[in-house]
Design a protein around this ligand. Sequence first.
Ligand code: ZN
Length: 171
Amino acid sequence: MNCPYCGEDDTRVMDSRPTETKIRRRRECARCGKRFTTYEVVERPLLMVQKRNGSFEAFDRDKLMIGILNAIKKRPVSAEQIDALIDRMESQYANEMRSTVTSVEIGNAVMEQLKAIDAVSYIRFASVYQDFTDVAGFIAAISALDPPPSEKSVSKKLQTKGDHNYVKKSE
Ligand SMILES: [Zn+2]
């Protein structure tokens, strides 16, 4: 990092403070002694998503977030949990050095994680994502729930708009 005043490349970091997406560094030039601030931005590797129709688009975290937020509406699932869910996916793809994932993989990964967080949110997401056109698809999604709930508890969960026990806990 060169000094903006004299161009010297020997600068010392005085102080380093991470914020949400960037790291703020206070530096001092070893030659002229002037101080300046730099910001280091954490760059996520570019991830392309191949859609069902074969076309590609850049992975859009916000778009995925909105899709999931619709599924968890009025459910005991926090935005932080969804943030962490997407983080895990992004980290996994980054660790695997993936530059492309399919929208099907993303959908499946979200469903897999939602299933473990909240059954109702999972069913909602699955119904939109898999575009249930028949009862069979719906039943397949429910049967994928692990551990498999009894028919009684599934129908109860689907009928009840808010789970009062959960609501009380979060208050
Ligand atoms: Zn300098």
